[in-house]
Ligand binder design. Structure first.
Ligand code: ATP
Ligand code: MG
Length: 769
């Protein structure tokens, strides 16, 4: 191919050009967010091709996600002015390794048509091995073993070379089970995700000829997001680039956010040692974000100790300051963001009208998505969830919904099949077949089939007992739905408890378990917006049917992790509260490692925004119908004040109360004047919200001390939820009544209409006398 004019070089700055044009030998581009690393990497690929240095299929280019790979292909095509075909080796580590492994499967003891297990299959297989080894899977759950083995694979440890220091893992049986697991996978002609890399690395290490063949074939190796590679990926790259050393890695140590999954930021820091004589290019000009946004992000990341430190500047406009707003609770936050998005769409926020495609909501934890999904469905705002299932498609949510469906209708066979052995009741495939047979031959539904199997002794032993309990439970819950004996929220909680489903996840020690429990809490919380279970189930059925046209513009909702490398004109960052972001786990940990990773995540979040960045927090999140007060995130304190605007949305909260007005009105709020940002936000918003005002008037009515605040923002709600005899209360289902007695968390209440009842305290609110 002849050299030709290179328009794609024209819109690069000199440092980027250097990284693009230094074709031979190792190159490292280590630079902050939005400085054009990905852009330069893409231009480099184009340059290699147009200079005739490599054919498209001789270039190995690794991106972090499939989406990023697709985007890069499109951009290359645009730069070349033609469609690129034949870049088979541009993709994620996993997608590239699948191809390599199919070609050399026999060297790993597999056939080339091997299957790739998902994490559920993986766990199922481990359960079998654990049972066969006679290990108590309550104490030593399969998911824990899965986590350990994944971790070892990320470090490129085969069963033979797991270091001795790990011998204690999984009750000292971890390594042996790992060995058995690998053997079993081979028998099944299957691999898991971790194997894709590990097998290829092992093949390269054992078969020099194969390695040499690829070292010759891939003339150039390029890697984006290098800061998040794990050891196995790192070894793989070193092996492949070991001959010619034509490797170009780009990354940002400040954006290393996958430490929890085995990524080693050290890989990028030692690049120059691994590849002596490397050309190191630093980029400092940010092209993505306005000055205020960039300064806010830089202010936050500066608090991290373990970093190289970089300067970033922009020649762009100052733009809007980062906006900060506090809300009373998570629902209010979702409502406000929905309205903001609609306003921005109309162009009424001082900016031109924006397409929904230009806006994104980036959350720390996936359970935060539920409030947004529900709100957007209610107001008909199109959205997409990127990088994961939508809330109601998650496994634990579907399991729980199956229980609710059965409580509403005992005829729901699909729901029954789903939960009959979840949690484990010793009812395997055989038992389920027996139930199905009994049901079919008697013209019954599965629940009645199960009833028959129990009464006729067709299913005996532990399974039989458990099945009897399940059927009894279903009958009881069904009767409760029919008789409306409890509120549907209480009932839902009860079902999840009594069925053992919540307990199953509580006992689960894997990293995903807390997230699943959070999702269950979210689910119960969602129920509060409906009158009964039936209405809720209909709502969800409609949601699931709400697939919109692909071409329609939509707001994107995703986790901060999934947002890496992406950019949007407007970004919302909700839930900046201690315990949520930074996560509780990172705060509980000794040392700063976890917290610093969370801070990098904050930096990634802010730097996704081009023109408008809105951070929000809620003073309260409702969990199981119970208020939990939250402190604003410590990262909010770290935002440089001069680059932040604290918002007071007039109208939304009824208006009329300014911060000063509130402070004057309340003795508690006086003397609270501080300089902290969260303080100001709280003054301006939280204390001006209907929730706060309700709380205030409630406690005033009852002659109680004003609710106290911790760090001036959190409100101690216990003080007001503690009832006294004689208090008037209101219960969603039973109406008004008076407290007659108190027993632990239960109240004896004489309801005006419903008579005397015992109810859980958190399900009633104080009413006026
Ligand atoms: P991240 O660290 O977030 O992955 P990055 O360093 O990879 O960011 P890019 O995504 O490549 O940055 O670029 C950020 C934005 O800046 C893109 O919109 C890109 O088109 C633009 N950009 C990059 N370099 C230049 C340049 N030299 N001139 C104009 N725009 C540029
Ligand atoms: Mg990038």
């Amino acid at each position: 191919m002849a050299a030709r004019p290179a328009p794609y070089l024209d819109d690069l700055n000199p440092a980027q050009r250097q990284a693009v044009e230094a074709l031979d030998g190792p190159v490292l581009m280590l630079a902050g967010a939005g400085t054009g690393k990905t852009k330069a990497l893409t231009a480099r690929i184009v340059h290699l091709m147009s200079q005739g240095r490599a054919r498209p299929n001789e270039i190995l280019a690794v991106t972090f996600t499939n989406k990023a790979a697709r985007e890069m292909k499109t951009r290359i095509g645009r730069m070349l002015g033609e469609t690129v075909e034949g870049m088979p080796w541009l993709g994620t580590f996993h997608s590239i390794c699948v191809k390599l492994l199919r070609r050399h499967a026999e060297l790993a003891g597999l056939k080339s048509n091997f299957t790739i297990l998902d994490s559920d299959d993986q766990v199922r297989l481990m359960k079998q091995l654990i049972a066969a080894a006679d290990i108590d899977d309550k104490r030593w759950p399969a998911r824990m073993l899965a986590g350990i083995i994944d971790n070892w694979k990320n470090r490129a440890w085969t069963p033979e070379n797991v270091p001795a220091a790990e011998a204690g893992a999984f009750d000292r049986r971890g390594v042996a089970l790992y060995q058995q697991y690998q053997t079993r996978l081979k028998e099944l002609n299957a691999v898991d995700f971790g194997d894709l890399l590990l097998h290829v690395v092992t093949i390269f290490q054992k078969h020099e000829d194969v390695l040499a063949q690829y070292q010759r074939w891939f003339k150039f190796v390029l890697v984006d997001e290098y800061q998040d590679t794990n050891v196995a990926q790192y070894l793989w790259l070193r092996l492949l680039a070991g001959g010619h050393r034509n490797i170009c890695c780009v990354g940002d140590d400040d954006q290393s956010i996958y430490g929890w999954r085995g990524a080693e930021v050290g890989n990028i820091l030692r690049f120059e040692k691994d590849f002596p004589g490397a050309t190191v290019v630093r980029l400092e000009q940010n092209y993505r974000s306005t000055a205020h946004i960039l300064a806010a992000a830089s202010g936050v990341i500066e608090a991290n100790k373990g970093r190289l430190g970089k300067t970033l500047y922009t020649q762009g406009a100052d733009g809007e300051k980062v906006r900060l707003i506090g809300h009373w609770d998570g629902e209010e936050e979702a409502r406000w963001i929905g309205e903001e998005i609609e306003a921005m769409q109309r162009g009424t926020r001082g900016l031109d009208a924006m397409s929904l495609d230009d806006m994104a909501i980036l959350v720390r934890a996936s359970h935060q998505m539920r409030a947004f999904e529900d709100r957007f469905l209610t107001i008909g705002l199109p959205y997409r969830v990127i990088g994961g299932p939508r809330f109601y498609e998650r496994m634990e949510v579907r399991d729980a919904m199956a229980y609710f469906r059965l409580a509403v209708s005992l005829d729901d066979d699909l729901a029954f099949e789903r939960i009959v052995n979840t949690p484990k009741r010793g009812l395997g495939d055989k038992a389920v077949q027996t139930i199905q047979k009994a049901a079919r031959s008697n013209g019954l539904g599965l629940v009645d089939g199960a009833r028959l199997c129990v009464s006729s002794g067709l299913i005996k032993g532990k399974g039989g007992k458990e099945l009897a309990l399940l059927v009894q439970g279903l009958d009881r819950w069904h009767a409760q739905v029919r008789d409306e004996a409890d509120t549907h929220v209480e009932l839902a909680e009860m079902i999840l408890d009594e069925s053992g489903y919540t307990g199953m996840w509580q006992a689960d020690k894997t990293p995903e378990a807390p997230g699943r429990l959070e999702n269950l809490k979210e689910l119960v919380k969602a129920l509060e917006n409906f009158d009964n279970l039936q209405g809720f189930l209909e709502h969800v059925a409609l949601i699931m049917d709400n697939e919109t046209e692909e071409s329609e513009a939509k707001v994107s909702i995703m986790t901060l992790h999934a947002a890496k490398g992406l950019e949007f004109p407007a970004v919302f960052l909700p839930g900046w509260e201690d315990g949520l972001f930074p996560s509780q786990r990172s705060m509980d940990e000794s040392g700063l490692k976890g917290l610093e990773e969370e801070r990098r995540l904050a930096y990634v979040g802010i730097t996704r925004a081009e023109r408008l960045c809105t951070i929000s927090f809620a003073a309260n999140r409702r969990v199981y119908g119970q208020w939990q007060s939250a402190l604003p995130s410590r990262f909010i304190d770290e935002l440089p004040e001069t680059h932040v605007d604290v918002l007071t949305p007039p109208g939304l909260y009824g208006g009329g109360y300014g911060a000063a007005g509130m402070a004057a009105a309340s003795p508690v709020l006086q003397g609270m004047a501080g300089s902290d940002l969260h303080q100001k936000a709280a003054d301006a918003n939280v204390y001006n919200s209907p929730g706060w005002r309700r709380l205030q008037s409630r406690s005033q009515q009852r002659g109680m001390a004003q609710p106290r605040e911790q760090r001036n923002v959190t409100i101690d709600l216990e003080a007001v939820s503690a009832f006294a005899e004689g208090d008037r209360v209101f219960h969603k289902k039973f109406g008004y009544g008076a407290v007659q007695g108190i027993e632990g968390d239960k109240l004896d209440i004489a309801f005006d209409k419903a008579g005397s009842k015992k109810v859980v305290a958190r399900f009633v609110v104080a009413a006026a006398q």
